[in-house]
Design a protein around this ligand. Structure first.
Ligand SMILES: [Zn+2]
Length: 369
């Protein structure tokens, strides 16, 4: 079993101008909360009810940071008041002497006790706000209402597929993933350093790092997450394919436009024209980088993430929906984990198997979308 310190170390000398007894009022209860985080038996009494869902998300993230560290140490590195009875508490999570993460919390005095939360509300307090139907946008500079309205319609369309009312969403538009983490309270995380295009979502909250009003791809995953929470039957190959199909490929170009599945299909068509020996079953299974026509328009990070496997799967998803409706899609999405389950479901639904995969996929790629 892993041994770890449960203490939060205090700096030898501080310049903290705090009248609270730091050890007993702030540091000890926070350590207690951090120990219980992610255990399934969280000390939720110590989590501020105001901002509960982002705080639970943050404590879950810290749990995974600490699980990663071989010799985890917690160190209080900053503490200052931000309001009457409210403090910003900054903790470094170290692996021996190496830095794993730095996380900021808000500690709020409520009656006798101190409760803790993510600084999301505090760090976005001066952001602009605009509600468009089911979506409340929070943003710093500008909002592209045309893209926002199209996202709102997509949210309704996806909900309708599941026979549900559209989710009411809080949407935070950030410029990049570093900013996503910062608003949540993760000032630094060694594991995600260098990641630019990524986002977080939980409950009804979206925090995108793609600097866009469009979260169509991931909002589909959010519906799946809430409809099939157990996850046991979910097939992630199919899910990724259908997210590309009903929405887009998730990642954005340098000019900010989110890449569509049809653009990727066009690139794949070009690739096949130049590589006549290419086998689409092999491309599906090995998932190499093939979208070279886009390389001038996307960052290296995005180029490395664009998946031909998901593009091919998404074309098959279109066929499944055309022939079997959304019911067929649900069967494919819930066929169980892994490639074998996916191939079996695809064969059952549209008669595509490893023998005719290449031929059928090539026909679908050749069709103009
Ligand atoms: Zn996805």
């Amino acid at each position: 079993m892993k041994t770890k310190t449960e203490r939060i170390e205090l700096p030898g000398e501080t310049n903290f101008h705090i009248s609270e007894p730091i050890q007993s009022r702030i540091v000890d209860p926070l350590a207690q909360l951090l120990d219980s985080a992610g255990s399934g038996d969280e000390d939720t009494g110590l989590v501020d009810r105001n901002g509960f869902s982002e705080s639970c998300f943050l404590f879950g993230e810290i749990k995974s940071v600490e699980t990663r560290l071989k010799s985890p140490r917690r160190e209080l590195i900053n503490l200052y008041p931000i309001d009457s009875n409210k403090y910003l508490v900054k903790i470094a999570f170290k692996d021996g002497s190496n830095l794993g993460a730095i996380v900021s919390f808000i500690a709020s005095a409520k009656n006798e006790a101190m409760v803790f939360s993510s600084p999301l509300k505090y760090r976005t307090r001066s952001w602009k706000k605009k509600t468009i139907s089911s979506v409340r946008y929070y943003y710093q500079d500008s909002l592209n209402e045309k893209i926002a309205e199209s996202f709102v319609r997509k949210n309704e369309e996806i909900a309708e597929k599941f026979g549900l009312a559209a989710k009411k969403l809080n949407y935070f538009k950030c410029s990049n993933y570093d900013e996503v983490q910062w608003v949540l309270g993760i000032d630094y995380d060694a594991k995600s350093a260098g990641t630019v295009q990524s986002s977080e979502s939980f409950d009804n909250t979206i925090i995108t790092g793609l600097n866009t009003e469009n979260f169509e791809h991931d909002v589909f995953h959010m519906y799946i997450e809430s409809e099939f929470p157990s996850g046991e039957d979910r097939n992630f190959i199919a899910e990724e394919g259908y997210a590309n199909s009903i929405a887009d490929a998730y990642y954005a170009k340098i000019n900010g436009d989110v890449i569509t599945r049809n653009e990727l299909t066009g690139c794949l068509r070009e690739y096949l024209a130049e590589n006549s020996e290419a086998d689409l079953l092999q491309l599906f299974q090995k998932d190499p980088r093939v979208f070279h026509p886009l390389s001038e328009e996307v960052s290296q990070e995005v180029f490395d993430l664009l998946s031909v496997r998901s593009t091919i799967t998404s074309l098959f998803c279109d066929e499944v929906e055309r022939l079997n409706g959304f019911e067929g899609i649900i069967k494919l999405l819930r066929c169980g984990e892994g490639e074998d389950a996916y191939f079996k479901a695809l064969d059952d639904l549209i008669g595509v198997n490893k023998t005719n995969f290449d031929k059928t996929a090539k026909e679908l790629v050749a069709r103009k979308n």
